[in-house]
Design a protein around this ligand. Structure first.
Ligand code: NAP
Length: 295
């Protein structure tokens, strides 16, 4: 069997078009476009390029973005002031702090300073708590995109055995909560570096999600025949034949797994494009919620 490819680029294009239509409707009702405030500290090229991509996507969707650029050695107070300024600005509906911060030890405090109603990345403890409780919440964009992909691809979640490899705050853990919630109703196992017999778990999975950040974590023999395989990993593999000197690979041995699975995401072009698309959706949703909450 050769697996069906789950095309993240095409889905992201649909999601972006939906966000653009929603943003246009909001503009017509509210007399202003939804707004996203972005805080970027330092000059890390990867962070810069992520922020540029997010701002470009916002512009295409009719979302106004405003960037606050801080030096790499920005003090705690400067970061907190920037968050406070965006919290207070009425035309800003969503706030994004580009991570990692140059000093990652400040991340928790900076995120906690955000107005949870503007936390479109879904990283604030209030939103994490609401997610755990099954209450409406902003959900981190990558796991939200994965659920959207599974649903739109017609993958049965109810009663499905899901194995998520990885338990990070931004991917594995929130995804495991989303999929085990009422309404999704999957049976979820979360694996990590201390898991014994990883392959015994993965071979049970109807839906196998690899979010380990290590190439080759999942080989073909670890995939149940007919499983749906979602590869979240983005790994740079040195490759002198490529202009950039590397190629991207996921956590899954794609060539082998696609002969066993029924559906699989490629890397690149699978989960990757969904993250920014869900950020746009969350930003428009934030604008709507804030307007609806007005007295
Ligand atoms: P992370 O914070 O490093 O977490 C990795 C998780 O995987 C940890 O829980 C770790 O376990 C577990 N793990 C690592 N190696 C393992 C192994 N051999 N067996 C079992 N578990 C293992 O990474 P992340 O931020 O979640 O990101 C994961 C990957 O997804 C990365 O490649 C990242 O670039 C990619 N990513 C892609 C997108 C996107 O496409 N839009 C978005 C976010 C992340 P421990 O907890 O025990 O250490």
């Amino acid at each position: 069997m050769t697996a069906r490819l789950l095309d993240g680029k095409a889905l992201a294009a649909d999601l972006r078009a939906e966000a653009a239509a929603d943003a246009a409707a909001f503009l017509a009702e509210a007399g202003r476009a939804p707004g996203l405030g972005v805080i970027l500290a330092g000059d890390d090229p990867a962070s810069r390029s992520y922020v540029t991509a997010k701002e470009k996507a916002c512009a295409e969707a009719g979302i106004v973005s405003r960037e606050i650029l801080l030096p790499g050695d920005a003090a705690r107070a400067q970061l907190l002031d920037a968050v406070a300024a965006l919290n207070a600005e009425d035309a800003i509906d969503g706030i994004l702090v580009q991570l990692p911060l140059p000093d990652p030890s400040m991340e928790d405090e900076v995120i906690a300073a955000m107005d949870p109603d503007k936390d479109v990345d879904g990283f604030h403890p209030v939103n994490a708590g609401r997610l755990v409780l099954g209450l409406p919440a902003f959900v981190p964009c990558t796991p939200a995109g994965i659920v959207e992909m599974l649903r739109r691809a017609g993958v049965e979640l109810q009663g499905a055995e899901v194995v998520v490899v990885g338990r990070s705050r931004i991917v594995g853990r929130p995804l495991s909560i989303l999929l085990s919630q009422k309404g999704a109703d999957a049976t979820v196992t979360v694996c990590h570096t201390r898991t014994r017999g990883l392959a015994e778990h993965t071979r049970r999975a109807d839906i196998l999600v690899a979010a380990a950040g290590r190439p080759g974590t999942i080989t073909a023999d670890m995939v149940k025949p007919g499983a749906v395989v979602i590869d979240v990993g983005v790994n740079r593999i040195p490759d002198a034949t490529r202009p950039r000197g590397y190629r991207l690979a996921g956590d899954v041995d794609f060539g082998g797994a696609r002969e066993v699975a029924s559906a699989i995401t490629p890397v690149p072009g699978g989960v990757g494009p969904l993250t920014i698309a869900m950020l746009l959706k969350n930003t428009v949703a934030a604008a709507r919620r804030r307007r609806a909450a007005r007295p």
